[in-house]
Design a protein around this ligand. Structure first.
Ligand code: NAP
Length: 484
């Protein structure tokens, strides 16, 4: 299969926080890969911006080191790196002061796309937006990219949106949720809306339930202080899992257009019922090894912040009446494993009788690792010995199905940054979506705080607290395995 890489228009991309962790780990390696793919015009420039006292030569060395650190040697031939670095500049700038702004303004070219990536703490967003405007760096062809967290509750999200909208139109604001940039997520939309096979079955009549799992094997590591102020609900559910749920549950948009898609996602968030306390399981990981438990790794030894959460949710509309959506996410679980599983109902009548067991179709969309989809179908187990049924996957691992290109699935950041340059907001969250998600989240967090709920414990390397398993068992269902 021949790849069709469509080069983007010429651009100046300024990365505020160009020396930071996110820029070094994701943004710059992502841009390098797009450069290698031939998607970046030769005249395009990437301008790192931070307070560090560097010049462009010094920054290029820093970028080369970042590529070395975060890309395997085979993925960065010397010639490619050298050519890429020619497109890199640096400007020393202080978001909260006036140093560097005039220089930036005169460096930027007119009549091409200007994108400003805010890869800095959210507390600096206001100062950046104000100065971009004040120093005439912004303009109608300019875009800003902002990273999560988009607030920590409805009030702060509204304040953040207002700060950004004071200087930029909503059509210029790109809020990144890298889960939406995953190739599989777009395959999901193609599978749902590009085939006649699934959509007729995509409703309460045929779907028993949906499971969304985002399991991490790592703990809070050095981010304990930050994480403990947020927890799994704020860090993962309000944004990433909610977005995945929206893509599964939304109605077909009239066209694949940013606002049409985002309008449909917003309707799902607004249709989400608030779960009862019994439909929420929160947990903290514990370990027999010293220093390995959650409470050892955060500042407050009596913290009640959850490192795991499971929820049973309902989307209150005609399509999904009575269909539970089970969401779970947590740290220090058995494996790093993210998937969406759509579990279909039993066949209405089994001609094979009960003795052959229960067999259900499952469409499993793997987000990581090994992006792809499985459709579990029931067939006869081969061989003599009578009728025996077995569920086998119709496997759509991209690496297998699409040849070498399937193996070379672009990282979410690569795709999303190119979408910014192209001016395509489909895979970015709109301000009203973010606010609606917080409006749903806030009362739940307030609820467990007011009740003084304590998270259950779960062992490091397990699948989460026992109560999360019970939540499904009590309804005759079970979680899918968290596979390594
Ligand atoms: P970081 O490693 O602390 O980097 C912060 C960057 O901001 C540095 O380049 C720093 O450079 C620059 N900076 C700080 N104060 C500045 C100022 N007054 N003016 C100009 N530049 C300034 O942070 P990060 O991990 O890259 O995260 C950046 C943002 O992305 C944060 O909002 C974070 O929540 C979000 N995020 C990060 C990740 C991740 O994986 N790292 C994932 C999701 C979201 P100087 O010190 O040289 O100024």
């Amino acid at each position: 299969m021949v790849s069709r890489v469509i080069p983007v228009d010429d651009f100046d991309l300024v990365i505020f926080g160009g020396t930071g962790d996110l820029a070094r780990r994701k943004i710059l390696p992502g841009l390098f890969r797009r450069f290698q793919a031939g998607q970046m015009p030769e005249s395009a420039r990437i301008i790192g911006a931070a307070r560090s006292d560097l010049d462009s030569t010094g920054y290029r060395k820093d970028v080369a080191n970042a590529l070395k650190e975060f890309l395997p040697e085979t993925a960065r031939p010397k010639g490619d790196v050298k050519a890429f670095l020619k497109q890199i500049e640096y400007i020393a700038i202080d978001a909260t002061g006036d140093g560097g702004w005039k220089e930036l303004s005169s460096l930027l070219r007119d009549d091409i796309v200007r994108a400003f990536y805010f890869s800095v703490a959210p507390s600096l967003f206001g100062a950046l937006a104000e100065r971009l405007h004040g120093y005439q760096c912004s303009g109608p062809a300019c875009r800003i990219v902002v990273e999560k967290p988009f607030g920590r509750d409805l009030e702060s999200a509204r304040a953040l949106n207002k700060t950004l909208r004071d200087h930029f139109d909503e059509s210029q604001i790109y809020r990144i949720d890298h889960y939406l940039g995953k190739e599989t997520v777009q395959y999901l939309m193609a599978v749902r809306f590009g085939n006649v096979l699934f959509e007729p079955l995509w409703n309460a009549q045929y779907i028993d339930h949906v499971q969304i799992t985002v399991a991490e094997s790592v703990g809070v590591n050095g981010r304990g202080a930050y994480y403990d102020r947020s927890g799994a609900m704020r860090d993962m559910v309000q944004n990433h899992l909610m977005q995945l749920l929206c893509l599964i549950a939304m109605e077909p948009p009239s066209r694949f257009d940013p606002d049409a898609v985002r309008d449909e996602k917003l309707k799902v968030i607004r249709a989400l019922e608030s779960p009862e306390p019994s439909d929420i399981v929160r947990g903290q990981y514990v370990s027999a090894s010293e220093g390995e438990s959650y409470l050892d790794q955060v500042e407050d030894p009596s913290s009640r912040t959850e490192s795991f959460i499971a929820l049973k949710l309902r989307v209150s509309n005609w399509r999904w009446a009575g269909v539970p959506f089970y969401l779970r996410t947590g740290k220090r679980l058995k494996a790093r494993h993210s998937e969406i599983a759509v579990v279909f109902k039993d066949a209405p009548h089994s001609i094979f009788g009960q003795a052959l067991g229960r067999h259900r179709n499952v469409l499993a969309i793997r987000l990581q690792p090994n992006e792809g989809m499985d459709l579990l179908v029931t067939i006869k187990e081969p061989g003599p010995g009578g009728m025996r049924l077995v569920d086998v996957p119709l496997d759509m691992t991209f690496a297998d199905a699409l040849g070498p290109e399937g193996d070379d699935v672009p990282d979410a950041y690569e795709r999303l940054i190119m979408d910014v340059i192209r001016g395509d907001q489909t895979l970015f969250m709109r301000g009203d979506e973010v606010e609606a998600a917080w409006a749903w989240t806030d009362p739940l967090i307030k609820g467990w705080k007011d009740r003084g709920d304590k998270p259950a414990t779960y062992d490091v390397g397990s699948t989460g607290p026992e109560d999360a398993a019970v939540m499904l068992h009590s309804e005759g269902r079970r979680w899918r395995d968290i596979a390594s």
